[in-house]
Write a protein that binds this ligand. Structure first.
Ligand code: ADP
Ligand code: MG
Ligand code: MG
Length: 515
């Protein structure tokens, strides 16, 4: 199906118009904090030794067309997805069965599971968990179909990023579309622009609302004497995407009036502690600048610790364990992080066998469960001599698949023709680390122009991936205290690029123009 919408988009720009639009977008990005710290590849560290420089985030010049029905379906399903993953995180026995296969062959999964087991042995003191999730999709548009359908790429339960910056991109595109026509900053005319703006993006309000709900649900200080309360963000050293995170912390401090502190993974053991004489195990945080006035941490928001590279030594695992055993509400807990692994997504998508969706979503309308199931693309395990192995090893069928390990953050998958050879290079005992997924077919002939962070401007065929944000607070018994959705991310990459992350350098931030 070649939707005419795509073939006439975007409107063409004269060289002078493009130059003007690019400089407008660059200036808008700086003026409005749609920025990242520069890559050392672009600005050598010596040049930015004082850390004062920032550059535009990679953005598209135009919003990208996206089918309205798919967008609305993604929003409508988000709170159901939130509940599904909260309920999976509550079912330790079910997760344990999935982990059994992985921990033999995957050190990272195994170390995370060990953190859970150690804390379980001592006893968890905090029954509440917070999820800040992002469900990622593409508009699946095979040539034989008369319309697009919504298919999930993956579900993220840890460090779901770009809520902060995606609000900026929607505002940028809305502003450019709303400029009085005839201004040099206006877009050229196009039928899709008539009475049509990208939807307002509420990601910052939604995500910080989830953190604020957890902060409130924590209740009063568990220390004696009582201490002031705060939230901490656990972040990577040298994080280039800091402004995305600051959008959330600013909302928390300015609107919710909650103190927020940033702690890098390597600082955790220096600035936080648990007093073992207090059986409630409150997590204390002492800001380095005021050594004598500790705060009690209500909520720990992880924007790190999703990647094995975030754990450089045993000390980092000790830090993760300290956070997990504390009374602070974790976003996410180790169990919630593990529930988002690719293996879980493959098991949920199995077409036969136990109906996991219905058992995790008891009481949900069967038609809603069917709609959720409709968003799954076929996925296979490689543990037995089944279809998965057949599709992965045959070069013709491999061409239509992606092989995924239990990792986050982009850059970890094996694609298409590289799959058979890659698998054959591994001992068969290790194949269970991976799941095979059929490739979703995004609309053909979609095009856009991207302005990269290094100033390069690229016009070409593109693939867009929609992310929808959701936030949920639940207790280990399965009771839900807060369940909300709102805000979206569109990431757009060159058609020939397999991977998808913005931070990993593959995609640009975008917004949706619904049709
Ligand atoms: P990660 O957790 O590392 O982000 P993803 O599952 O999102 O892993 O895969 C990374 C990228 O690979 C996605 O952003 C998308 O561009 C591409 N991708 C993954 N699965 C599929 C799929 N089934 N069809 C098409 N592209 C996919
Ligand atoms: Mg992911
Ligand atoms: Mg992803």
């Amino acid at each position: 199906m070649a939707t005419p919408v795509y073939s006439s988009y975007p409107p063409s720009l004269s060289p002078a118009q493009e130059k003007f639009l690019v400089s407008t977008v660059k200036d808008w990005a700086i003026q409005n904090g749609l920025v990242v710290r520069p890559s050392p590849l672009v600005v050598p560290e010596g040049v930015n030794s004082k850390g004062v420089l920032a550059t535009n985030a990679p953005v598209t010049l135009f919003p990208s067309p996206f089918p309205r029905a798919c967008f609305e379906e993604a929003l409508a399903l988000q709170t159901v997805y939130n509940e599904l993953y909260a309920n999976i995180s509550c079912d330790e026995e079910w997760l344990c069965k999935i982990m059994e296969d992985l921990i033999d062959v995957d050190d990272f999964m195994s170390n995370l599971w060990k953190v859970h087991l150690a804390v379980k042995k001592e006893g968890y003191v905090q029954p509440l968990s917070l999820g800040l999730f992002r469900s990622d999709y593409m508009a699946h548009t095979p040539s034989t179909a008369s319309s697009s359908s919504l298919k999930q790429v993956e579900f993220n339960t840890i460090s779901s990023s770009f809520g902060g910056l995606s609000v900026g991109v929607s505002s940028l595109h809305r502003e450019l579309l709303s400029s009085p026509s005839g201004l040099p900053t206006s877009f050229p005319a196009h039928p899709l622009f008539d009475n049509n703006l990208p939807p307002e993006n509420t990601a910052v309000v939604t995500l910080s609302g989830g953190l604020a709900a957890a902060h409130a649900a924590y209740g009063s200080s568990k220390s004696s004497p009582a201490l002031p309360l705060c939230i901490i963000f656990i972040v990577q050293q040298g994080e280039r995407n800091i402004f995305d995170q600051l959008a959330l912390s600013r909302q928390l401090t300015q609107v919710h009036k909650i103190p927020v502190f940033r702690v890098t993974t390597n600082e955790i053991l220096d600035v936080t502690s648990i007093s073992d004489s207090n059986p409630n195990r409150p997590l204390l945080y002492t800001p380095p600048q005021s050594r004598d006035t500790p705060f009690e941490v209500t909520t720990v928001y992880l924007r790190a610790f999703y990647d094995p590279g975030d754990y450089t030594s045993a000390r980092d695992w000790e830090a993760r364990t300290l956070l997990e055993r504390s009374a602070a509400i974790k976003c996410p807990t180790v169990l919630n992080q593990l529930s988002g692994c690719k293996k879980v997504q493959q098991v949920l998508a199995e077409p036969s066998g136990p109906d996991h969706l219905s058992s995790f979503l008891k009481g949900a309308d069967p038609s809603v469960i069917a709609r959720l199931r409709n968003t799954f693309a076929p996925q296979y395990d490689l543990t037995s001599n089944g279809q998965g192995r057949e599709f992965a090893l045959n070069p013709t069928t491999a061409e239509n698949h992606v092989l995924k390990p239990q990792r986050e953050g982009g850059g970890n998958n094996i694609y298409k023709s590289a799959i058979p050879e890659f698998l054959r290079s591994l001992p068969e005992t290790e194949w269970k680390r991976w799941v095979l997924m059929e490739l979703i077919q995004p609309p053909p002939r979609a095009r856009n122009i991207a302005l990269r962070s290094d100033g390069e401007v690229i016009l070409g065929d593109v693939i867009s991936e929609l992310g929808v944000y959701g936030t949920i607070l639940w207790d280990q018994g399965g009771k839900i205290l807060h369940n909300d959705q709102g805000g979206y991310l569109l990431r757009t990459k060159g058609k020939d690029v397999n991977e998808g992350g913005v931070a990993a350098g593959f995609s640009s931030l975008d917004s949706v123009l619904l049709f």
